[in-house]
Design a protein around this ligand. Structure first.
Ligand code: NAD
Length: 263
């Protein structure tokens, strides 16, 4: 697809990207800004990485603002959307629900706190953000798009990660259901499902050549993905090039969901 077309499609769009200081969120913020969107870079924790994303966007002539908020907290989400509306001079018309966490705990050792933390960030967060986003857009009678960052684990069971898989499996039907509810309001809702991507969430894997080779054997394309390859899919889904795409998941996984381990 021509960069020029995408640029036209995303020029002056008002985007909020959650968990945008690192990994896929970072790459997505930079990508959206490069094709003309104004970006609110949401983050949790230290300012330095988010400030760096904002500085890169501004240095390239784009518009960006870092807003700290824990997306699993209703009050924080209200403040995030208020700050964004102030900065944009109106409601956001693109939401990328990217923030997410994972931790390995087999069921027999899975504590309620671990379960709750993952569900809070990976599923309640996208609910709170999507509701705030849709309420503001519907009130303004304006169209828009939500792109959720799901995972191949909305489809593939993953021992040790029942809470993570439950959150991403939940996201799949959350996406489809709100896509139906919001279609009459001209708001599209889609998911991108990454495979194994080279981001901080996978640092242990990236640093261990044996583990990495094991994972790469599960990928027909033969390598881990780059955050920019997910960002490209998100930018396309966000644009009017995808104007008839809603309620569905785009897998960006080098073929991982084709079960290469099953021979
Ligand atoms: P990452 O750890 O770099 O990014 C996650 C970001 O979310 C971090 O910046 C973190 O600070 C932020 N975050 C965590 N909790 C938050 C909260 N409560 N409020 C606001 N921000 C919060 O890893 P990533 O790989 O870029 O992950 C991004 C998304 O991609 C996640 O939803 C993850 O589940 C999904 N994903 C990643 C992979 C992969 O292989 N990297 C595969 C499938 C899905």
């Amino acid at each position: 697809m021509a960069g020029g077309t995408l640029r036209m499609m995303l020029q002056d769009r008002r985007a909020i990207v959650t968990g945008a200081a690192t990994g896929i969120g970072r790459a997505t913020s930079l990508r959206l800004a490069r094709v003309g969107a104004h970006v609110v870079v949401n983050y949790r924790g230290s300012d330095a990485e988010a400030d760096d994303v904002v500085a890169q966007i501004r240095d390239a002539g784009g518009q960006a603002l870092a807003v700290q908020a824990d997306i699993s907290r209703e009050g924080d989400v209200a403040e995030l959307f208020a700050a964004s509306a102030d900065a944009f001079g109106g409601p956001a018309d693109l939401l990328v629900n990217n923030a997410g966490i994972e931790s390995r705990h087999p069921l027999l050792e899975l504590e309620l706190d671990d379960w709750q933390q993952v569900l809070d960030v990976n599923l309640t967060g996208p609910f709170l953000c999507s509701r705030a986003f849709a309420r503001a857009l519907v009130a303004a009678d304006a169209p828009g798009a939500i792109v959720n960052v799901s995972s191949v684990h909305e489809e593939i069971p993953w021992p040790g990660f029942a809470h993570y898989c439950a959150s991403k499996g939940g996201m799949k039907l959350f996406t489809g259901t709100i896509a139906r509810e919001l279609a009459p309001h001209r708001i599209r809702v889609t998911s991108v499902a990454p495979g194994a991507i080279r981001t901080p969430i996978n640092q242990e894997l990236i640093d261990d050549p044996d583990k990495r080779a094991d994972v790469e054997r599960q990928i027909p394309w033969g390598r881990m993905g780059e955050p920019e390859e997910i960002a490209a899919a998100i930018a396309w889904l966000a644009s009017d090039e995808a104007s008839y795409v809603t309620g569905t998941t785009l897998f960006v996984d080098g073929g991982m969901t084709q079960y290469p381990g099953v021979t």
